[in-house]
Design a protein around this ligand. Structure first.
Ligand SMILES: Cc1cc2nc3c(=O)[nH]c(=O)nc-3n(C[C@H](O)[C@H](O)[C@H](O)COP(=O)(O)O)c2cc1C
Length: 106
């Protein structure tokens, strides 16, 4: 069902961030093309290298990273995604998104 789908997995700064690695792995096993976006705070809980290894895609955690396959990574990726998941979603992230202030890349 997920084969060939492009999925954005947003990871925020929460103690459950390590579980996102299992989620990413499960999505990859379903043959989805998984791209992980992390907040800077999420990087304090789990290293982007973990997601890059599991998904085979570069993990985006820096808005100003120009070393990226997409023109403007966080924008063009959003346009081609079939599904976006934020897991875990910190209270900070949920609060910001409720006010339209969500910034996955800080
Ligand atoms: C050890 C530790 C565990 C945390 N666990 C959670 C959590 O489970 N849920 C949560 O909403 N915030 C948790 N926080 C607080 C968030 O990391 C903090 O609000 C942070 O600003 C979230 O940033 P982000 O939403 O930009 O990723 C935790 C902080 C620390 C230091």
């Amino acid at each position: 069902m997920l084969a060939g789908k492009t999925i954005i997995l947003g990871v925020t700064g929460s103690i459950a961030a390590y579980k996102a690695a299992s989620l990413a792995s499960m999505l990859v096993k379903q043959h989805a093309d998984v791209h992980v976006l992390m907040t800077q705070n999420a990087c304090q809980f789990i290293n982007p290298i973990t997601f890059e290894t599991l998904t085979g895609n570069k993990c985006i955690s820096d808005t100003f990273d120009r070393n990226f396959e997409f023109h403007v990574g966080h924008v063009s990726l959003g346009k081609r995604a079939d599904l976006a998941i934020i897991a875990p979603a910190s209270a900070n992230c949920i609060g910001r998104s409720s006010r339209g202030e969500l910034r996955m890349i800080c």
